[in-house]
Design a protein around this ligand. Structure first.
Ligand SMILES: Cc1cc2nc3c(=O)[nH]c(=O)nc-3n(C[C@H](O)[C@H](O)[C@H](O)COP(=O)(O)OP(=O)(O)OC[C@H]3O[C@@H](n4cnc5c(N)ncnc54)[C@H](O)[C@@H]3O)c2cc1C
Length: 464
């Protein structure tokens, strides 16, 4: 592992960028708008896009505390996935039952199509490629989990064409990783470059007349507008799109910022790629409890992430994302395990936070009384979900009754997180249980998921 890698600085995807737009102040911006959007990540920008699409006459301002893409939207692994942001079994317990969860699943597949269609229509080049998602099993217990996952997928509305079981040879024909005994393949999933998507979308909404203010931190939201250090901006509607980076606005016990860390390698040689394969830009993950997620970038690197250091006491976000050397070593270790012959050199490491509710279920809500709405809690599955969530939030804001506004995450309420230090102990305890479970399953070649992991899943509310 090279020691001269960049560390933090938001991410490889946005390296060298920073604020370029003016801050909001009574003299530099409007004193009143129809809609104020707090947060310049994908949720906020998609919301601005669809507001303009439906009502071009509305005045819309995006207020971003740092710069466009500073949050998870500019730091993520670049998977536009079909995964429901939350526990589908819990959504199925809502008033619409399993049909509601299945509609939600369909909306997520439609969300990938919609994301790709907007990029094509608006000329956003985000290295988007629909290469699917390959989930690898490297132990008998992991293979068992994938079989159960596929059964659940089919129960919750996926078709046989949307999820394929691959045996070891078929999986390795796609990506020649060591120790692989089987896998699942989801062809609909797309790889994107997160930095290009979020900055491209910002440019599109600006062309359509939305004003984006950077270095404009909102201190309070309420009926009728938002408060910044520089003054008050009146607004007919306020949409809070801050996810894991805006916990103080949403309440410290409604959501916590869970950390995820990534590394990107220098470009690999043609020889390495010939050996590894991975020719279709598949989004790659594994079925370990402490899973990793990866993509082959358009310029021939591997970007891989995982949840090395999961949570900071008192919901810290970790600022620009400086990542501990031990976490970088863990991620390099996973790459070495899968691709031991490749010459992997780390170019950049960074971290970011995602918003997680107590039961890992996301929600979209809009209060007609206060005219304040929000979408978030995507728990690490936000690239597609921000699009679906923002379209839903816009429909609610404009009073449109649509299939989206009837999905089970609309108005969904999760339990509150415990106060500190229980929160810190709980999250760290859960990840420790998962780490121990992975080690036992691997060492003993367990045929079934270890009891330790099953206890961890139940405590966390992750089991279906
Ligand atoms: C390392 C990592 C890897 C991930 N990988 C994937 C993946 O591969 N696929 C996937 O689907 N999901 C992934 N996710 C999750 C996904 O990136 C997020 O769910 C999604 O980007 C959330 O978008 P958002 O716009 O809601 O929030 P964010 O992108 O976090 O944006 C929130 C914005 O609000 C701003 N803000 C906060 N407070 C204020 C305030 N008071 N005033 C003004 N502005 C404020 C922040 O500065 C920030 O820019 C990953 C996340 C991380 C961290």
């Amino acid at each position: 592992m090279s020691s001269g890698y960049r560390n933090g600085q938001v991410s490889h995807w946005l390296a060298g960028t920073g604020p370029t737009r003016t801050s909001w102040a009574p003299g530099t911006g409007p004193r009143e708008v129809d809609v104020a959007i707090v947060g310049g990540g994908l949720t906020g920008l998609w919301a601005a896009y669809y507001l303009q699409e439906h009502r071009p006459s509305l005045s819309v301002a995006v207020l971003e505390a740092e710069h466009v893409g500073y949050g998870a939207s500019g730091r993520n692994g670049g998977w536009a996935s079909h995964l429901i942001p939350g526990n589908r079994a819990r959504y199925a317990r809502g008033p619409r039952g399993a049909a509601g969860a299945r509609d939600f699943q369909r909306a997520m597949f439609d969300g990938i199509d919609e994301l790709l269609a907007v990029c094509a229509r608006e000329g956003i080049d985000a290295d988007q490629t629909r290469g699917g998602n390959l989930v690898l099993a490297t132990t008998p217990a992991a293979a068992g989990r994938l079989t159960a996952r596929r059964d659940g997928d089919l129960r919750f509305g996926l078709t046989e064409d949307q999820v394929h079981w691959l045996d070891g040879a078929q999986a390795r024909a796609r990506v020649n990783a060591e120790h692989v005994t089987g896998g699942l393949y989801y062809p609909a999933v797309a790889r994107i470059h997160p930095g290009k998507l979020v900055t491209g979308l910002a440019a599109v909404v600006e062309r359509r007349g939305v004003t984006i203010f950077e270095r404009s931190r909102v201190q309070a939201v309420g009926p009728g507008g938002v408060r910044l250090a520089t003054g008050d901006l009146k607004a007919g509607h306020v949409l809070v799109c801050t996810e894991g980076y805006g916990i103080p606005l949403l309440g410290r016990r409604s959501m916590i910022p869970v950390n995820s860390s990534m590394i990107v390698t220098h470009p690999l040689s043609e020889r390495d790629w010939d050996d590894i394969g991975w020719g279709a830009a598949e989004c790659l993950s594994d079925a370990a409890h402490t899973f990793v997620y990866a993509q082959r970038t358009a310029d021939g690197r591997i970007a891989i992430g995982g949840r090395g250091a999961p949570y900071r006491f008192q919901s810290g976000t970790g600022g620009d994302g400086v990542t501990p050397a031990a976490t970088v070593r863990q991620l390099v270790g996973r790459l070495d395990r899968y691709f031991p012959r490749a010459g992997v050199e780390v170019a950049h490491a960074w971290s970011g936070v995602l918003g997680v509710t107590r039961d890992w279920c996301a929600r979209v809500s809009y209060d007609r009384g206060t005219r304040v709405g929000t979408s978030g809690g995507y728990a690490g599955h936000g690239v597609t979900a921000t699009n679906v969530g923002a379209r839903t939030l816009v429909d609610l804001t404009l009073g449109r009754d649509t299939a989206l506004t009837r999905l089970p995450w609309v108005g969904y309420r999760s339990p509150r997180w415990e106060p500190e230090p229980l929160r810190w102990l709980g999250v760290h305890g859960m990840y420790e249980l998962f780490r121990i479970a992975d080690a036992r399953e691997e060492k003993r070649s367990l045929a079934k998921t270890s009891l330790i992991a099953r206890v961890g899943s139940r405590l966390a509310g992750l089991h279906e």
